[in-house]
Design a protein around this ligand. Sequence first.
Ligand SMILES: [Zn+2]
Length: 404
Amino acid sequence: MEKATRHQIKEQNRNLVLKTIFERSDISRAEIARVTRLTRTTVSDIVSDLLDERLVKEVGTGSSLGGKSPILLDIAADSRYLIGLDLARNKFSGAIVNLRGQICAFVSRPIKECNREAALQTTCEIIDHLIGPGLPTHQPLVGIGIGAPGLINSKDGVVINAVNLDWVNLPLGKLLEERYHLPVCLLNDCQAAAMGEYIYAADLSEARNMVVVRVGHGIGAGIIINGQIFQGDGGSAGEIGHIVVTTDQTLSCRCGNVGCLETLASANALVQRAELAVMRIPPYPQPTALAKHAGSITLELIEQAFAEGDALAQEIVLEAGRYLGIALANLISTLNIHKIILIGDMACFGQPWLAAIQETMSQATLGRLAQETSVQIGDLKDNDVILGVSALMASNYSLLFQKQ
Ligand SMILES: [Zn+2]
């Protein structure tokens, strides 16, 4: 019993030292001891184990305060690799990522048929392709992280319901662990994207709490509290796409309800709004470039028209932004989190869209709450889900050790 406890403490200390080196990079043994409050001898012993494991490397010397210059340590970014997958709705993509989130290999496949088996097969094809035949180029691989749309039970690795992929109660984590003999971490895509933005794009010293809202085909949020993903009791915290924001009974949502945020503020909703506007009688009162594309309007066409100042595109994009602003006002009134990051396809409408969101958000909540809150567009573009799941895997430090 005593032995087990000692082993646990040793592992905890080792993970703490590794975490400190991860977060601070170019840090001396003395500085690690100061930050972690471990003794210098303990830190030296752990660092020597980490050097043996090749997880950490010496990267030069720091400035001396008298005496010998301290040797600085950093994570050996290419000492371990992870696979990250983004099972987005119309395209699956995957990458091999090193410990610093650099993408070393990338593959993507369009999703045409949306049935359970085809989606599962495409997932495996992507992993097979990344690992490659024979000995993998990037090794050792220590785990697979997956961001999937829909309702996810992360603890058990089960996709409870991903309507578009026809996955219901699919034990994806277990299936892939058995096939690849690697630990698998499964997360909702918005939650994964939030983790990616938090770890790789945000200034960690500035915010420990953050909400990342993905506004694309659907809408969802990832909530980070004190540096951790908040999943809620049922795993679906942040499903803001289905908050009802209008009493308009004509707007039916794929969830079965009417008037959901997704039916007004998502990329899909925007395309539908444009189609309805160009087909209606009497016609839209101002000339619009979208009219000649009736029946085949895409988000890209709206983006182009919007950039050219097209009246219809301007009207519907800003209206979508205003509805999103109402939902964000609810979110900040509930959570009082000061930092909101917007990502996803709709972010292509940039500053004017953001301004519409901010304006309504300010009107729909207490002035002080809105003033304290910064809303901005994210940095990672298309890789946030892949980077987020990889970061989450990498922060499970125990996975990174070859010798236990
Ligand atoms: Zn809905």
